[in-house]
Design a protein around this ligand. Structure first.
Ligand code: GLY
Length: 364
């Protein structure tokens, strides 16, 4: 059957794009091959931090602008999805903390930069931090409150699937190869296949292994309410407390390894837990519920690849550390591109052309 849009990839990005396309009256099929280990899908492993402020890094001005734009859409996105499920959107804010003087010196450079961009970021001393979040270790030297939020990626994927189904999106369980893309009976093919996008398009998307733990509090309450991101004796870690009703889940992450295997290692688990307990001692009492390994779809410039690759082929991939945050803006802009043929201004810096012959592969 001919459809307007075939979306290849059934993660958060794929279903968000499919949903928005269907809302514009387009007929849509998602090709959602279930991996052998579905729990390793990036959307299942992701912690769900929505961090345009704390992930604003030197030299990534275009990306920061995109993260900020998508963060601004998140409240509406969560509300629109609410009939299909609570996506765990929480606005308690993020505390970015430093344990030692050396950690503080490193972190402070970044906070100064983030403040200079006018992002919502307030530097706090140790006493103010602990007043805001008593669960923090008394040794924590200082930190900052960032206007960064969170959502629960697993709930989000369920809600998006339901919303897409309600909008008429069909789902086919089939893994496609690159030659099969050209045989699809669709006016437009959108590749949103995360790490699988490289083999389908030839674009430079590589897997970046992330090991993540899911802990559960014995009394069903995480014991703290902010997302906590920190430096602890040179180790980086984040702790994401879920809402009441989640069984007291705390997500602790994550490694960043240029590896393709999916093996959780003792060393990584030790380092993550040591850093987490150094910052929030009470998590030492939590049960270890899951060790998850996923692969972020990384790109040479850490930014996503969004736009037209050929007359019929559009890509929405390479979201690296930001897939959950960037879901709303990706879905809206890709649906607009598919429906109108025009590339929205916001995603112009992220076109695949930057990685094709003649593209210089570099952005400001
Ligand atoms: N966004 C968090 C991570 O990639 O680990």
């Amino acid at each position: 059957m001919t459809v307007d849009v075939a979306v290849v990839g059934g993660g958060v990005i794929g279903f968000a794009v499919a949903w928005r396309c269907a809302q514009r009256g387009l007929s849509v099929t998602v090709f959602d091959h279930q991996p052998a280990a579905p729990e390793q899908r990036a959307s299942q492993v992701a912690a769900g931090m929505l961090g345009p402020v704390s992930e604003a890094y030197f030299g990534e001005a275009d990306l920061t602008a995109l993260l900020v734009a998508s963060a601004a859409q998140w409240a509406g996105f969560a509300t629109e999805l609410a009939p299909f499920g609570d996506v765990g959107y929480r606005t308690d804010g993020t505390l970015v903390v430093a344990l030692t003087a050396d950690d503080h010196a490193e972190a402070a450079r970044l906070w100064t930069y983030q403040e200079s961009l006018g992002l919502p970021m307030t530097v706090l001393g140790a006493a103010a931090l602990r007043e805001r979040e008593p669960a923090l270790h008394p040794r924590v030297r200082g930190g900052a409150l960032a206007g960064d939020y969170q959502a629960d990626p697993r709930r989000l994927l369920r809600a998006l699937r339901a919303a897409a189904a309600a909008a008429g999106v069909r789902v086919v369980d089939r893994r496609l190869s690159a030659p099969e893309l050209s045989e699809l009976d669709a006016a437009t093919v959108v590749v949103a296949a995360g790490c699988g996008s490289a083999a389908l398009t030839g674009l430079p998307v590589r897997p970046v292994k992330g090991q993540v733990l899911r802990l559960r509090a014995p009394d069903g309450e995480p014991g703290f309410r902010h997302v906590i991101r920190g430096w602890a004796d040179g180790r980086r870690v984040y702790l994401v407390p879920r809402t009441a009703g989640s069984g007291g889940e705390v997500v602790v992450g994550a490694t960043e390894e240029e590896l393709t295997d999916a093996v959780p290692t003792a060393g990584a688990t030790l380092e993550l837990l040591r850093a987490a307990v150094d910052l929030v001692p009470s998590v030492a009492e939590h049960a270890v519920a899951e060790l998850c390994v996923g692969h972020r779809p990384g790109t040479p410039d850490n930014a996503p690849i969004l736009g037209r690759l050929s007359d019929r082929l559009v890509v929405a991939t390479g979201h690296y550390r930001h897939g959950i945050l960037l879901a709303p803006v990706t879905a809206d802009t890709i649906a607009e591109l598919v429906a109108t043929g025009e590339t929205p201004e916001l995603i112009a810096p992220f076109t695949p052309a930057r990685f094709r012959a003649g593209g210089d592969g570099a952005r400001s």
